[in-house]
Design a protein. Structure first.
Length: 167
């Protein structure tokens, strides 16, 4: 009996390590503001239930690729999409999109989420997400509760997020 229990535990552990989770779908897109590509924006896909969050970062052409942790792609589903481009005091010396920048942004997001319900998805009405944070895009797109942007994965092509200065 003990051997069966150990065998089952070993098999279950092996299945978890080999990745029996949901399969990931490569999800790419572009962010534009008034028809122009937006460089340096954080793109966040939030699952319908609000539990799962995936992110991407735009390059000079406004292109992004969604990631699930360190893997390219996200599970199939329907997502609310937020787009933020912020200047954060203390991050000026850190290259946008770099590992240190992303770690700092994740820390800021977690700290903000702890400090007020809705955290990073609820910027303050003054145009800042908190002390030292200034939005460079309309705040409408930064909050899950206000963003009109949605995406279905898999899609029939790149996800185009066409933002307007005056929504």
């Amino acid at each position: 009996m003990f051997r069966r229990g150990c065998s089952a535990l070993v098999i279950a552990s092996a299945l978890l390590l080999t990745g029996c989770g949901p399969s990931l779908v490569k999800t790419e897109g572009v962010v534009k503001l008034d028809g122009q590509p937006v460089e340096g924006a954080d793109v966040v896909f939030v699952s319908d239930d609000g539990v799962k969050i995936y992110s991407g970062y735009t390059d000079a052409a406004g292109k992004f690729t969604m990631r699930s942790g360190d893997k390219v792609g996200i599970p199939a589903g329907t997502y609310k999409v937020t787009v933020q481009k912020t200047k954060v005091a203390g991050l000026e010396s850190t290259a946008p999109g770099g590992a240190d920048y992303l770690k700092q942004m994740q820390k800021e997001t977690k700290d903000l989420a702890k400090s007020k319900p809705g955290g990073a998805f609820m910027p303050s009405p003054q145009g800042t997400g908190g002390p030292g944070i200034k939005s460079e895009l309309p705040l409408l797109y930064a909050a899950v509760t206000t963003t009109p942007l949605t995406a279905k994965v898999p899609s029939n092509g790149p996800v185009v997020l066409d933002l307007k200065s005056k929504p």
